[in-house]
Design a protein around this ligand. Sequence first.
Ligand SMILES: Nc1ncnc2c1ncn2[C@@H]1O[C@H](COP(=O)(O)OP(=O)(O)OP(=O)(O)O)[C@@H](O)[C@H]1O
Length: 247
Amino acid sequence: MTAILSIQGVRKTFGGVVANNGISLEVPEGKIVGLIGPNGSGKTTLFNSIVGYHPIDAGSIRFQAREISGLRVPEIARLGLLRTFQQTRIYGRMTCMQNMIISVPQSSDRWRSMFRRVSPAETGKAEDLLKFVGLYAKRQLQAGELSFGQQKLLEFAMALMNEPRMLLLDEPTAGINPTLINGLISRLQRVNREFGITLLVIEHNMRVIMGLAEYVYCLAHGELLAQGAPDAIQNDQRVIDAYLGAR
Ligand SMILES: Nc1ncnc2c1ncn2[C@@H]1O[C@H](COP(=O)(O)OP(=O)(O)OP(=O)(O)O)[C@@H](O)[C@H]1O
């Protein structure tokens, strides 16, 4: 199966802290892959390296067979590779629709893109995606008035506005109440199946990752500890020890 994302020997340090060390992993096109590991194991650092937030010290990151480790965030985003955040990044004083529209930067300047003319096609796309995440009725509300879970759904819809080929989701269910979680899982599955978007998902909720991912990588202390099918990973003694040891 073709890998849409291929990472070889990635190393990233912050001063004396080795956040990622010799990490290699592959994400096959069209799949949902999980990334787990105790707090501080290096998951977010790896996401940041992939999408170009900081340079890596060593290794290779290839997206659709192209080396992207030297590219900057907007260049990587234009190739169709985007990430979301543990803490949402929305503009609370703007409506949901306005957030959707500015999520597709027309220039490198997000503020300038706020005042440009919006095409009916863009408005239609934003409305369709807000319907998809169940926020259409709230489209004219200020985003800051939404619950945290709804804000995460909005951020998810904003990422979809960019029509990515692949999304990196950083703890999509964190802080979301259990009744919203099932809806979110089914939307992630639909995005994968119906839009063909490949997903790499950081998740602390084991029930979620076991139900969602077809393959799971586990990091510990900045290194790849284990990889395999969800069932195997869940019962892997090294993984269990890593989580228990981190408490
Ligand atoms: N900008 C930074 N400057 C210094 N150290 C950093 C920086 N970013 C991450 N680190 C360190 O790198 C290590 C890995 O952190 P990282 O946030 O990648 O882990 P994580 O697995 O995502 O953790 P969590 O599950 O808590 O989000 C930690 O020791 C962290 O303190």
